[in-house]
Design a protein around this ligand. Structure first.
Ligand code: ADP
Length: 255
């Protein structure tokens, strides 16, 4: 297949279940990534879920910003310990990269991060990126790993971003509200109207909703890159696409 380096963004809905980290699902993700690695695809993860992981340990009121940051600080090492445990089963080493959007404004810092990522991938390590929530207050307020993952894709030389969400693709209208909504398999243009719709995340810890995913897709389309929005509950579908080019579902944003 055409993809050599991909970024996989894993949303909160996939990482958590009934208020806990969904360890079985994280293991399935590790297995999926191990399969991709065997097929010579380099993978970088952008992970959400630190705040909800923190909340399983200490129940602070998330509506207060400093509490939310504290939850991220508690949850981040917990989340990473689960990733490490699961990737260990496949003899894969992981690493942690904490970054803020402003880091991409600095050519020097972007270059440093890219060099680090290249060394990690060259040595078979999976970098796991998250927002540095303790300092990124603005980012935490908008809560937006979708756009962080789009920036990571472009600046770290990825040729595809895969957003694993709890929805199987982008519909012509919100499928939770309209049961005649139709999944759009291929998109090469995003209108301003679509970008300005009301944000509607599906879960109390989810923050982006569909709009931040569309912004990410637009960012990548404008740079001749690509994005796949697919369900994190259906990894075989994504694996089949990456390995054979055949795709039964998901939305591919590509020029
Ligand atoms: P994540 O935690 O994976 O980032 P979000 O809950 O933030 O997920 O965003 C995905 C949700 O966006 C879907 O579950 C769905 O409820 C909502 N949504 C709103 N409009 C649409 C649309 N047109 N197509 C797909 N999903 C939509």
């Amino acid at each position: 297949m055409e993809y050599k380096r991909i970024i996989i963004k894993i949303g909160t809905a996939i990482l958590t279940q009934n208020g806990n980290l969904a360890e079985d699902r994280i293991e399935q993700i590790a297995q999926f990534i191990a399969n991709l690695k065997k097929n010579s695809i380099d993978v970088i993860i952008v992970t959400s879920g630190a705040v909800s992981a923190g909340f399983t340990k200490v129940q602070l009121d998330k509506k207060i910003l400093a509490n939310k940051q504290a939850l991220a600080s508690i949850g981040q090492p917990y989340l990473m310990s689960v990733y490490r445990n699961k990737f260990d089963k496949f003899n894969i080493t992981i690493s942690q990269i904490l970054i803020i959007e402003a880091d991409f404004d600095s050519r020097k810092r972007t270059e440093n991060a890219k060099n680090t990522v290249n060394v990690l991938l060259a040595n078979g390590v999976i970098p796991i990126i998250n927002e540095n929530d303790t300092v990124a207050t603005e980012e935490l307020a908008f809560g937006d790993n979708d756009q962080l993952s789009a920036h990571s894709t472009f600046y770290f030389g990825g040729d595809l971003l895969i957003i694993l969400s709890d929805i199987d693709g982008y519909y012509n209208k919100n499928p939770r509200l309209f049961n005649d909504a139709v999944l759009q398999k291929n998109i090469n243009f995003i209108s301003d109207e679509e970008l300005n719709q009301t944000v509607s995340p599906n879960n109390q810890f989810a923050t982006g909703g569909i709009v931040t995913k569309l912004k990410s897709a637009k960012f990548l389309l404008e740079r001749n890159s690509a994005m796949l929005l697919a369900s994190g509950f259906n990894l075989p579908l994504v694996e089949k696409y990456l390995l054979t080019g055949e795709r039964d579902s998901g939305t591919l944003f590509k020029n």
